[in-house]
Design a protein around this ligand. Structure first.
Ligand code: FAD
Length: 299
């Protein structure tokens, strides 16, 4: 198969049996059979059509800041968008390709004195992952500023979706139902004041640094916010701060985070997640639902 892939997909950057650990924010995860970096939608389409034709499973990843890849890795293709990351500004509209870094995109908005994107200035995702997750923080979310999304369907067709049809909810979007690939997104911003935008971004960055264990690998908030509660608070009240399995522990700084402090594994993460869910459920009756997505095969 390797030679067939090299011959058929010539010109596309594909790495074979590539460990995913270095690519993920948690710094865990086994190897993927084929890791592909298309440079544009044409290469993406070739990849998708090839994998479909050959019955090879495939999935897309952004910055891998909201996933845990299991220790056995992933069979088939993982497609990443690092080479597909142009950001353009047209009036008050920013268009960003799937692989554009969300934080860098907020800096583009800042540079052009466009307001509305400040909330995302510390979310370490890609544009594709942010649209997929409806990423949000400090009262803002992608749904508030998105105007439209260009996607490629699972069979390789390209279409444009209007923001109002995206079925956005709390960390929810239509893309999670359809499995479409986000190619690019347009954001409608408003003219603002450069100094005020910069001050707001500095304020939010400061809050994040104060509250979050950014010095360790993690996947951000492990759990969604249960209605009427905060996951971190429930975990803290269950005395689970600092609880450790293998190399992964519930952050002592922010109980909603699990940090990889000593070369932990995906298995450590999964066991710690299950433990926290069980203890919180027993104590409060509340079932914590994961925000992070666990993918791949067990080691
Ligand atoms: P990935 O983790 O790579 O993927 C997540 C999902 O998106 C996967 O299912 C993947 O298949 C899908 N996906 C990725 N790209 C595409 C694409 N192009 N097309 C279709 N599907 C795609 N999140 C928040 O909402 N708010 C926060 O404040 C926040 N803070 C964080 C702080 C830290 C320190 C960390 C590590 C994470 C934080 N997160 C936060 C989580 C994460 O950054 C967001 O969920 C982000 O949107 C994920 O984007 P990603 O590119 O990393 O996606």
């Amino acid at each position: 198969m390797k030679q067939h892939i090299i011959d058929t997909l010539a010109g596309i950057d594909i790495r074979f049996d590539e460990p995913l650990k270095p690519y993920t924010y948690t710094k865990v995860g086994g190897p993927v059979d084929y890791l592909a970096f298309p440079r544009n939608k044409f290469e993406l389409e070739r990849l998708v059509r090839f994998a479909n034709q050959e019955n090879i499973p495939w999935m897309v990843l952004g910055n891998s800041s909201n996933i845990i890849v299991r220790d056995g890795g992933i069979r088939g293709f993982v497609i990443m968008f690092d080479k597909f990351n142009t950001v353009t500004v047209n009036g008050y509209v920013i268009e960003a390709e799937a692989g554009a870094n969300l934080i860098e995109t907020t800096k583009v908005a800042q540079f052009h004195s466009l307001t509305g994107f400040e909330f995302a200035c510390g979310i370490p995702g890609s544009i594709g992952g942010a649209v997929f997750m409806n990423a949000g923080a400090y009262g803002g979310e992608i749904a508030h500023i998105l105007s439209s999304v260009k996607v490629m369907t699972k069979s390789g067709e390209i279409k444009t979706l209007d923001a109002k049809d995206m079925r956005f909810g709390y960390r929810q979007s239509l893309i999670q139902e359809t499995g479409d690939i986000v190619i690019s997104a347009k954001f409608a911003l408003k003219p603002g004041d450069y100094t005020l935008i910069s001050q707001e971004m500095a304020r939010l960055t400061h809050l994040r640094e104060l509250k979050q264990p950014l010095e360790f690998p993690s996947c951000g908030s492990v759990f969604k916010r249960p209605v009427g509660h905060f996951a971190g608070q429930l975990i803290m009240e269950a005395n689970l701060k600092g609880h450790r399995i293998g190399g992964v522990e519930v952050s002592t700084k922010h109980a909603g985070f699990m940090v990889n402090v000593a070369d932990g594994t995906a298995q450590d993460y999964e066991q710690l997640i299950a433990h926290v869910q069980a203890v919180v459920k027993e104590r409060t009756g509340i079932a914590l639902e994961t925000e992070v997505r666990v993918i791949g095969e067990k080691g």
